[in-house]
Design a protein around this ligand. Structure first.
Ligand SMILES: [Zn+2]
Length: 180
């Protein structure tokens, strides 16, 4: 398990590079992401959140754990859904964020085999949130203007702002309340 980088860390706003070698290092990274995601009680985690600038993320949604390498994500249909979203790099907060309701993601697993994942609702939200991380985008950038203003104020005033260990506050009872 590796400490999760917090808002303000430059690695979180730097686009990640594609994985080239499907080697032991990648297997270790996927293992570390999965373990750290479980330990933090999260629904998803992207490599830049562990300080690794590679296009890899994991998820844990509806009892299913998965990972994707070099993902390509596309919306399916036009439906969107506004719902509460959180981020392990912005611990302790949730804001409503609009996302595509259905997506399809293609990419590779850690062995280099092609993978295709269709997701709706929370899985779709997690995949979009984690793919944003790979592009150096934090979900506060996806909020409407007023919510974003409130979010930025809360982040500035957060007890972890500027450094320190994250105090992750997530409900153990709600999957939908889990951070990503
Ligand atoms: Zn996040």
């Amino acid at each position: 398990m590796t400490p999760i980088r917090l808002f303000g860390d430059p690695v979180l706003t730097t686009p990640a590079a594609p994985v080239v070698d499907f080697d032991a290092e990648l297997r270790q990274l996927v293992g570390d992401l999965t373990e750290t995601m479980f330990a933090a009680g999260g629904a998803g985690l992207a490599a830049p959140q562990l300080g690794v600038g590679l296009r890899v993320f994991t998820w844990y949604v509806d009892g299913e754990v998965g990972h994707l390498v070099n993902p390509d994500v596309r919306p399916v249909g036009d439906e969107t859904e506004e719902g509460p979203e959180g981020c392990l790099s912005i611990p302790g907060y949730r804001w409503d964020c609009r996302r595509h309701l259905h997506v399809v993601a293609t990419g590779w697993n850690l062995h280099g085999d092609p993978v295709r994942v269709e997701g709706s609702e929370l899985l779709a939200r997690a995949i979009q949130h984690e793919t944003d991380h790979l592009d150096g985008v934090l979900f506060v950038e996806r909020l409407d203007a007023e919510t974003r203003r409130l979010a930025m104020r809360a982040i500035r005033e957060a007890e972890w702002a500027g450094a320190g260990a994250p105090a992750v506050k997530v409900s153990p009872h709600s999957t939908f309340g889990k951070a990503l």
